[in-house]
Design a protein around this ligand. Structure first.
Ligand SMILES: [Zn+2]
Length: 259
């Protein structure tokens, strides 16, 4: 529906109208990947593997124009030739997408890891993302850094080892608490560094690798969620929290019992 009449308006998009297209597509892409509402349009579309609508509109316009040119010239093309033209047009828009992603200021943790394997990521035949995989791949989830950013924690500290900044990278690569789970995944993926770009490259190799990453995310994030739940319960038991239940302001969280 959003692309209705695309051949007419695709060439006239400006920053404002592109932003209008991005807003609803961001919601759809986030639903596809089961991601948090804070994930940006570019990272959500890249993870979901859906071409941004401004580029999709260009693709539709190009196909329409090609058909019209053939009709005017009263020319018929062999199916293979039509297919080749369509494939070339798709490749052009995908390359344009990659260029856009390279310059994208938001979601760089995710995008930077996807780009080196982007064609394989988009063309994979299996591998459905789960809620917890997406947390690990975006950093938007049960991590001290993120919870602090959305004002649900008084600091970004890692509650499992005391490190000052609990990011997705810290959880996956550094935090000593998750060493057994990390070792298990490293063995299956055959890497000695679980940086996200390594993970992405390796999970695309086989279903077993994808499943091993899924297991890692399930085990680790479940434990982190459980720990967060216990912290919240402790905080809820605090008299100040009971009076102001529901507020999420940092000043208030700072007033809670020390963790
Ligand atoms: Zn830690």
């Amino acid at each position: 529906m959003a692309l209705y009449g695309a051949p007419i308006w695709a060439g006239r998009l400006n920053d404002e109208t592109k932003a209008l297209l991005r807003r609803p597509q961001r919601v759809i892409a986030r639903r596809i990947i089961r991601g948090y509402s804070t994930i940006g349009h570019a990272a959500a579309c890249a993870l979901a593997g859906i071409l941004p609508w401004d580029l999709d509109a260009r693709l539709l316009a190009e196909r329409y124009n090609q058909r019209m040119e053939l009709r005017i010239a009263d020319e018929r093309l062999a199916p293979q030739e039509l297919e080749a033209r369509l494939a070339a047009a798709k490749k052009r828009e995908r390359d344009r997408w990659k260029s856009q992603l390279e310059d994208e200021p938001y979601g760089t943790y995710t995008i930077g890891a996807l780009l080196p394997s982007f064609d394989s990521w988009l063309d994979r035949k299996s591998g459905i993302l789960t809620y917890r995989q997406v947390q690990v791949m975006t950093g938007h989830g049960c991590f001290g850094h993120y919870l602090y950013t959305i004002q649900r924690e008084p600091s970004p500290v890692c509650h499992h080892c005391g490190y000052e900044d609990d990011t997705a990278h810290h959880t996956t690569v550094e935090c000593p608490t998750w060493a057994p789970e990390r070792r298990e995944l490293e063995l299956v993926l055959n890497v000695d560094d679980l940086s996200l770009h390594n993970i992405v490259a390796r999970i695309l190799v086989s279903e077993r690798s994808w499943e091993a990453f899924n297991n890692f995310c399930e085990q680790v994030i479940r434990k982190k969620e459980e720990a967060e739940r216990m912290r919240e319960e402790r905080a809820d038991a605090h008299p100040l929290r009971r009076r102001r239940r529901g507020t999420r302001q940092r000043q208030f969280v700072n007033a809670l019992i020390p963790q």
